[in-house]
Design a binder for this molecule. Structure first.
Ligand SMILES: Nc1ncnc2c1ncn2[C@@H]1O[C@H](COP(=O)(O)OP(=O)(O)O)[C@@H](O)[C@H]1O
Ligand SMILES: [Mg+2]
Length: 385
């Protein structure tokens, strides 16, 4: 009889708060380095369930649950920001390595604090006003057109709404949030940057994000972004500055707007692997997941260059379908050159739920756009119900 514990291959355990698709792709990278990963997630059917060395079902927001989970690990990271930072702080005080550091998670949990951070550190960002409630938003109607954002607990477009004119004021959020100048940007880009505890730093070339017109979710991503070398340089420098100011260890995605005047404004940051870096699994020399692993484990960082122009297509649950997943059009898409399908193993689809993604490699940038649209039209996530 073999005791499966003896099969453990790495002495240091990496614990991840959250067991969704980001954790799942992190595990895929970790396997190559014999790095064991423990996962905590409230969903017993989370995408990581069958792949973690240990999978614990429990709340990410409960102090005792997060603390007890972290105690059994050596290094702790996250794949989602809304976690109990008090528990992480305690773990850090007791000698555990927590990356990104708890103070950074706390900052990111609140869009208001995040915006103040940019202001204090002279990082270019859209002008804003903090608002405590709906009445305060209404008082600031001369600030419109603006984007009204909830301070906490908004994600994937939830908690963000455009207030174009006074007619829209009625839908203002009645909770602490902010009003941000509406930016008529030319494009949205993202730059990923990584840093390990040694202080080594690596920046990825920028990518361009195209959003779904109504769902406020990334629909397509193109790498490289169609911007000048000068803007590229500026964007990478801003990302570098942010990770340095935060003194952060791990991987950080920086979402930015490029205005028609060529100005860059930081929209928001995510201190973890991010949707804007999914193409890097196939398109870059080092994927964002492997890079995050290298950063938090304090291993040497990998090369970030793009190997080939790429597109990424998010596979979102089709509207009108909720229930057990059926993937339509897979065989046809799989037959194409340079297509890499990633399904996240979620049991139930819902409209706009992130169910998977496709990376497409093509030397010809014009072809990329056409082919990405075709893949999106062919490959559909529906349901038996
Ligand atoms: N100030 C703004 N001006 C114009 N569009 C914006 C502004 N802020 C956000 N958006 C749009 O809304 C999207 C979602 O906003 P974001 O703050 O990134 O929230 P989320 O946490 O949902 O990603 C952005 O990617 C962008 O397309
Ligand atoms: Mg965003």
């Amino acid at each position: 009889m073999v005791n499966i514990k003896t099969m453990q291959t790495n002495s240091r355990i990496l614990g991840v708060l959250g067991g969704g698709q980001l954790g799942r792709m992190l595990i895929q990278s970790a396997i190559n380095y014999n790095q064991d990963i423990h996962i905590l997630d409230p969903d017993p059917d989370a995408p990581c369930k069958d792949f973690a060395r240990e999978f614990t079902v429990g709340s990410l927001k409960d102090f005792d649950t997060v603390y007890a989970f972290g105690k059994k690990c050596d290094v702790i990271t996250v794949e989602i920001e809304s976690v109990n930072t008090d528990a992480l702080e305690r773990l850090e005080q007791e000698g555990k390595l927590v990356y990104p550091q708890p103070h950074i998670l706390r900052l990111i949990q609140d869009k208001r604090a995040q915006k103040e951070f940019y202001k204090t550190n002279e990082i270019p960002t859209a002008d804003f006003i903090l608002t405590e409630n709906k009445a305060e938003v209404i008082q600031n109607s001369d600030f419109l057109p603006a984007v009204n954002k909830l301070g906490k607990d908004g994600y994937d477009g939830r908690g963000v709404q455009v207030l174009r004119s006074a007619d829209d004021l009625d839908k203002a959020f009645d909770a602490p949030g902010l009003l941000e100048k509406w930016i008529d940007f030319e494009r949205e880009i993202a730059v990923t940057v990584a840093r390990n505890a040694n202080g080594d730093l690596a920046v990825y070339p920028s990518v361009e994000c195209a959003f779904h017109p109504t769902a406020n979710l990334v629909e397509f991503l193109f790498a490289p972004a169609d911007i000048t070398d000068e803007i590229e340089k500026k964007a990478c420098e801003i990302a570098r500055q942010i990770i340095l100011r935060l003194n952060m260890v791990g991987i950080l995605a920086v979402e930015m707007f490029v205005t028609k005047e060529g100005e860059i404004l930081v929209n928001e940051i995510a201190p973890r692997p991010h949707n804007s870096g999914h193409h890097s699994i196939e398109a870059n020399f080092t994927s964002q997941f492997e890079q995050h692993l290298r950063a938090v484990m304090n291993w040497p960082l990998g090369n970030t260059e793009l190997r080939c122009p790429a597109a990424m297509i998010n596979l979102l649950g089709e509207e009108g379908f909720t229930g057990p997943v059926v993937v339509e059009g897979k065989d046809e898409v799989m037959a194409e050159k340079g297509v890499y399908i990633h399904l996240y193993g979620k049991k139930i689809t819902k409209p706009f739920r992130k169910m998977g993604h496709v990376t497409l490699l093509d030397d010809n940038v014009d072809n990329l756009k056409k082919r990405a649209q075709r893949i999106k039209d062919l490959l559909k996530i529906k349901s038996t119900l």
